[in-house]
Design a binder for this molecule. Structure first.
Ligand SMILES: CC(C)(COP(=O)(O)OP(=O)(O)OC[C@H]1O[C@@H](n2cnc3c(N)ncnc32)[C@H](O)[C@@H]1OP(=O)(O)O)[C@@H](O)C(=O)NCCC(=O)NCCS
Length: 166
């Protein structure tokens, strides 16, 4: 098996990633938030249009994870203006989980943060996303705060803020 994690540079790969995002979000958030909120959040944050805008106007980068050439996960990151690096998204197809691939993805996130000279990596994670919280804790992230964010249309994100010191 060969695993590759590479920065997404071209539209076809971003389109493929948006398609994967829609599948993963519907499968992994089904017991955490409503279908309506999943649809709303996918459109707002992970549609091809939204991701293109994040890359072109908001300094985001997306990375594709491929096993034997097949796209199976992705993550999104963004440098902040202070010493922090934002891990915005970290998603792996369900059949690829439990094999340590997320640890390799997180190692790549830390390398990217170091390239920017950042000292801390932070993320937001739904308080009920127990598995992800455990994975982050195991990796060395700590819960530093909570945030309830109004994302419009009557929906809120109820999150832990977690941080890792590089
Ligand atoms: C979050 C996600 C990327 C993690 O991927 P994964 O394949 O489940 O995680 P891994 O198996 O790579 O585990 C990562 C590390 O956490 C450890 N770990 C996993 N579950 C754990 C648990 N319950 N308690 C403690 N450690 C745990 C693993 O042992 C591994 O460490 P190691 O590489 O040193 O052995 C994946 O579950 C996913 O895509 N979930 C759905 C989307 C999601 O919720 N994303 C996060 C949104 S903020």
């Amino acid at each position: 098996m060969s695993l590759e994690i590479t920065k997404i540079k071209y539209l076809p790969e971003l389109r493929e990633t948006a398609e994967l995002a829609e599948k993963i979000w519907h499968e992994c958030f089904v017991n955490i938030i409503s279908e309506g909120q999943i649809d709303y959040m996918v459109e707002k944050f992970q549609s091809l249009n939204a991701m293109t805008d994040q890359i072109e106007k908001q300094d985001y980068s997306y990375f594709a994870v491929r096993e034997d050439g097949e796209l199976c996960g992705y993550f999104g990151v963004k440098p902040e203006s202070d010493d922090r690096f934002f891990l915005s998204k970290l998603y792996l197809r369900s059949d690829k989980r439990g094999r340590g691939i997320a640890s390799l993805m997180l190692r790549k996130v830390f390398q990217e943060a170091e390239k920017y000279g950042k000292k801390r990596v932070y993320l937001t994670v739904n308080k009920n996303n127990t598995h992800a919280v455990e994975v982050y804790k195991k990796t060395g992230f700590a819960i530093v705060d909570t945030a309830v964010t109004d994302i419009g249309s009557g929906y809120v994100m109820d999150d832990f803020i977690m941080e890792y010191t590089l």
